[in-house]
Write a protein that binds this ligand. Structure first.
Ligand code: AMP
Ligand code: ZN
Length: 459
């Protein structure tokens, strides 16, 4: 495998080589569980699920995606709703996995929760204090950024400029505005754990450093997340882990997905344009959402719109339309390989739009081919590529019957088609045409083929 990936730290695409031959470790910063995931949150989940699927073809992958279940936003949600924290986090962990599951996102190998790793966090903070990279002040423990000359390298920020540009109101217990919290005190009402610095709770960044070490080791191969995490979250994780581990590299490759906007506007609560996956999956098939997310290269910005959904739907129509009706034996299905052109595209920094274009080329060739063996080979290849990308997982007939919830139900359409066939058999072409018109009006196209009439919903 000659995979190349764009590494944020080096700022360029580089050949991928795991630390241990044949094995890969990957850590993705997961959700903070106090509400439903929005479509922007789904982007890293789908993109890095696709990378995980691709890596599993060639490596023994250990993929960890954490759950942040201790956070001030969760505490606030508990106060606002009057519900216990555990109830809130349990509800949204399940909702996250259900919603992402609807988009074909497979569960990671490990799903570590912050609240189950407090001991590891306390241990890492103690190490940082002992080594002179962190200090205790006013029941807080802070990371001392001035003790780490590499601070700012990932996000390409200059620490001196950051200090010069900092606003004056700095928390009184901080030596410098850029110092960040590793541990903070909890009042009796807030979740808290005993520690050498009193009862308190961890800062967000230390969670990932501690959980990555526990489950994947001191140096991990791939660390991933959305672009907004580069600073401060990943910069701080990098500082904590390298300083705690005497300079051992933390992540060999840093991968960040671009941001998703809605109708060219930033998604935000104040604008009221936050689109929850939980709501979207009620009207749009999961594969359509997944394909729309994979239709742009993961590092590029992606604008979400009705047109993007329609585009993804018609792409799936093209692919399902090509493989529809091509009978494949279990043997043909099992022995098919993912075409080299698709692999080449994915090896090039996970170029999913290019991989999809290659699949459309195969579909076009299939549609033109009259030779059964060639049609079967191409259908099997398209299907294998679909398996890899997490699409084309439905029976094509069900696909064409299923979407478009308004209008006629599938059995009503079948019944009308039967009546049309009967009308044609008795040479009552006026009746047959009127049924065709009725279906056309309902957005259904009939295709007459050698095996009889089939139908599909128009876009
Ligand atoms: P959060 O729960 O806010 O930490 O976000 C979870 C993941 O979603 C992180 O990897 C974020 O970088 C990512 N994310 C949040 N908003 C967007 C967006 N609009 N577009 C792409 N990724 C996003
Ligand atoms: Zn993280």
């Amino acid at each position: 495998m000659t995979l190349s990936l764009h590494d944020t730290l080096q700022g360029r695409k580089i050949a991928f080589e795991p630390l241990t031959e044949g094995e890969v470790t990957m850590y993705l910063c997961g959700p903070t569980v106090y509400n439903f995931a929005h479509i922007g949150n789904a982007r890293p989940a789908v993109v890095f699920d696709t990378l995980a699927r691709f890596l599993r073809r060639s490596y023994k992958l250990t993929f960890a995606r954490n759950i942040t279940d201790v956070d001030d936003k969760i505490n606030k949600a508990s106060v606002d709703s009057g519900k216990p924290i555990d109830e809130i986090t349990a509800r949204f962990i399940k909702a996250y996995n259900d919603d992402m599951g609807a988009l074909g996102v497979q569960l990671p190998d490990i799903e570590p929760r912050a609240t189950q790793h407090i001991e590891e966090m306390v241990e890492m903070i103690t190490t940082l204090v002992d080594k002179g990279f962190a200090y205790e002040a006013d029941a807080h423990v802070l990371f001392d950024v001035s003790a780490n000359p590499d601070y700012g390298k990932l996000s390409k920020r200059d620490l001196r400029e950051m200090i010069a540009g900092a606003r004056v109101e700095v928390a009184p217990y901080k030596r410098s505005a850029q110092d960040f919290v590793l541990w903070k005190p909890s009042t009796a009402e807030l979740p808290g754990w005993d520690s050498p610095w009193g009862r308190g709770r961890p800062g967000w960044h230390i969670e990932c450093s501690a959980m990555a070490e526990k489950h994947l080791g001191k140096t991990i191969d791939i660390h991933a997340g959305g672009q907004d995490l580069v600073f401060p979250h990943h910069e701080n994780e990098l500082a904590q882990s390298t300083c705690a581990h005497d300079g051992a590299p933390f992540a060999r490759y840093w991968l960040h997905n671009g941001f998703l906007s809605i109708d060219s506007t930033k998604m935000s609560k104040s604008l009221g344009n936050v689109l929850l996956v939980h709501d979207l999956v009620k009207s749009v098939p999961g594969e359509v959402i997944r394909l729309a997310l994979l239709g742009a290269h993961y590092r590029q910005p992606l604008d979400w719109s009705d047109a993007a959904i329609d585009g993804a739907r018609s792409m799936l129509d093209r692919l399902y339309g090509a493989i529809r009706g091509v009978e494949l034996s279990a043997q043909q299905r099992a022995s098919a390989f993912v075409p080299a052109t698709v692999i080449d595209a994915l090896e090039d920094d996970l170029n999913t739009p290019k991989a999809l274009k290659e699949m459309f080329d195969l579909a076009r060739t299939l549609n033109k081919s009259a030779a059964d063996d060639e049609r079967q080979r191409l259908a099997a290849e398209i299907q294998s590529a679909g398996d890899l990308l997490g699409i084309l997982q439905m029976d094509p007939e069900k696909w064409f019957a299923g979407h478009g919830e308004d209008g006629l139900a599938a059995d009503e359409i079948d019944a009308l088609l039967k009546r049309r066939e009967a009308a044609r058999a008795s040479r009552d072409f006026a009746a047959a045409d009127s049924i065709r018109d009725q279906l056309a009006e309902a957005g259904i196209t009939i295709e007459d083929g050698p095996a009889g009439a089939r139908w599909r919903r128009n876009q």
